[in-house]
Design a protein around this ligand. Structure first.
Ligand code: FAD
Length: 392
């Protein structure tokens, strides 16, 4: 067996397509991540400033938006698609408009998601499309559906509209053979999302995987859910598509559980999340003929372990059932190095009007300040590269 070599500290590869000036700008931006300006994005003051038209859009656009998003439209994201494509990295166009509430808004978002599906058609640089159920459905209805209580007439109508929108996206994607991810959200709406995802997988994942659900391994129950999903799919004769992530709503989940007095669905500590994450990856590898999966993570160790086991077992780096995925603007040391070694890699490239992407940007900012180490990981990498180039 040839020797296994994968160096995620290879900053020359990670930043090959970034100029000194761009790298220095990114360094300043990550430094700012912990500052009051950025954490202030999530505060009432920032929202108020936006609502009365203070020009903070421009400031946000020139800093975090440019770093984490492709542009305000699909067309504006083209330069990013091209840049990633040149490095062998796929783009997943993520229409990141959140917080809209009317039925018309949900229909408009559905139309835009379908545009991303069509844009991906036949473009090797866009391997997947994605949508978030809360972008096309009222959270209250998703919550009522998840509680499995009987729906009143109004909720029933909204439920039917949600179903129609999900069908429109997935049926259209299936018609042109374009794989689609369904993102995972908070536990209290996830049951509805899972049931819709299961229905779409059962309909479209026959002999090939087009629909991917997402599991969050910070939840105590998801490894079991993964096993059950495979058994159900097996019994019903369809294939499973699964994006594996750790989960983005930990604080919110814990706070709600404490407030409402139920046991937190979240793992007791980071180690338990890490352990279930790696176990889920291994489970998918054990059943590679039945499951196509995406390791959606910035964690070096989980990424390395997966690549190492693929090597040990002689699984091709570009095996069509295995994808690595990161978010645009984060962990380029994983994405670019994996791509250089011929693994399947893609990045979520969020886009949308600046103020509508704020909730997404706030989550990234919080993650980069509260998640132990992510911001310093980015800073260490950029600094190492600036030093290597002799321009620090
Ligand atoms: C391509 C892609 C798609 C994604 N899609 C989704 C999605 O659909 N839904 C979603 O919720 N998130 C999604 N995420 C975000 C993801 O869930 C994580 O928040 C983020 O990637 C950080 O986790 P990590 O595996 O990269 O790495 P790490 O930095 O190693 O892990 C951080 C994560 O570990 C967990 N954690 C941290 N501390 C503790 C603790 N004390 N106890 C228990 N667990 C802890 C949390 O989940 C935290 O986010 C996605 C991420 C990527 C890269």
């Amino acid at each position: 067996m040839s020797e296994f070599h994968l160096d995620f500290r290879d900053t020359a590869t990670a930043f090959a397509d970034k100029s000194d000036a761009v790298l220095k700008e990114k360094y300043r931006m990550f430094k700012m991540m912990g500052s009051p300006f950025l954490s202030g994005l999530g505060t009432g003051a920032a929202r108020f400033a936006l609502s009365i038209g203070l020009p903070i859009d421009g400031l946000v656009k020139r800093t975090v938006f440019e770093h984490f998003c492709g542009g305000e439209t699909i067309e504006e994201s083209q330069a990013t698609i091209d840049q990633l494509g040149r490095a062998g990295i796929g783009t997943i166009l993520d229409y990141s408009v959140e917080g809209r509430r009317s039925e018309d808004d949900f229909d408009a978002t559905t139309d835009e998601i379908i545009r991303t599906v069509h844009r991906a058609r036949g473009d090797a640089n866009i391997p997947f499309s994605v949508f978030k159920m809360s972008g096309i459905a009222p959270l209250g209805t998703l919550e009522r559906m998840s509680s499995r209580k009987k729906l009143d007439a109004k909720s029933q109508m909204k439920c039917e509209s949600i179903h129609r929108r999900v069908e429109r996206i997935c049926d259209e994607a299936a018609k042109i053979g374009q794989p689609v991810f369904i993102d995972a959200e908070e536990t209290w709406v996830q049951d509805a999302i899972d049931r819709l995802a299961d229905e779409m997988m059962e309909r479209h994942n026959r002999g090939r995987v087009l629909i991917y659900n997402t599991i969050q391994l910070y939840r105590k129950d998801r490894l079991q859910f993964l096993r059950e999903s495979r058994k159900t799919a097996n019994a019903k004769g369809y294939l499973i598509g699964m994006k594996l992530v750790r989960g983005a709503y930990m604080e919110k989940e814990r706070e709600r559980a404490a407030e409402m007095g139920y046991e937190s669905p979240i793992q007791p500590d980071k180690e338990s999340t890490d352990s279930d994450y790696d176990a889920a990856v291994n489970y998918c590898l054990d059943h590679l003929d039945e499951i196509s999966f995406v390791a959606g993570t910035h964690n070096d160790e989980s990424t390395f372990k997966l690549a190492e086991r693929m090597h040990r077992e002689g699984i091709a780096n570009d095996h069509p059932h295995i994808y690595f995925s990161q978010l645009y603007g984060m962990s380029d040391n994983l994405s670019y190095v994996l791509a250089k070694h011929g693994y399947n890699v893609s990045k979520y490239v969020p886009y949308g009007p600046v103020r509508d992407t704020l909730p997404y940007l706030i989550r990234r900012a919080e993650e980069n300040t509260s998640t132990a180490g992510q911001v310093s990981r980015e800073l260490v990498m950029i600094k190492a590269e600036l030093e290597r180039r002799g321009v620090a």
